[in-house]
Design a protein around this ligand. Sequence first.
Ligand code: AKG
Length: 207
Amino acid sequence: MLREALEGSLCKPTRQGGVRNLLDRCPAVAEVANSAAIRSLVQPVLGLRAFPVRGILFDKTPDANWKVPWHQDLTIAVQSREETTGFGSWTTKDGVQHVQPPTEILEGMLAVRIHLDECGADNGPVRVIPGSHSRGRLTAGQIRSLRESIPSKSCTVGKGGVLLMRPLLLHASSAAASPTHRRVVHLEWASCGLPNGLRWFSEAGGS
Ligand SMILES: O=C(O)CCC(=O)C(=O)O
């Protein structure tokens, strides 16, 4: 169902290899995000009140065989810009306001990555530094020293498999050695509302 829905025009990956705001653009993705199967993976980690807040489709193809350097996911999507203590680095992506929230909000989040295609060693899998998510927001120097001291793990996942990861987990990914399609529906979940009138951009349950 998800694969067919993503062939629809609003959900089709662009040449940059992805689609943002999937929870709003693609009802089938919102349905899967809210399904009992996905909730049963999220709730043991974030609790019963967790709700999905963002969906992104990532793909790697011969035309868009991208790579990303080591980083933590520090940005959330919100409905509008409300200057708030602890929130900074405001940006707009695809017309949607994004911001870096305080670390505690990121610590209460989880990403569920649903793999629509096989993602083996040659398909540009995500590589992670195990345990790095428990060290808060990292400086460039801390990222360098963690990379030197902890061996990375490559997260290969079979077709239909799901990978759970904390946004603060240090991660990177290489271009695919054999690019075909490597579609991943990346769903972010939160466990709390935002302060000062800020609202999650996709509000399938939160405020
Ligand atoms: O899917 C990938 O290869 C990388 C995704 C990523 O870097 C991210 O979610 O921040």
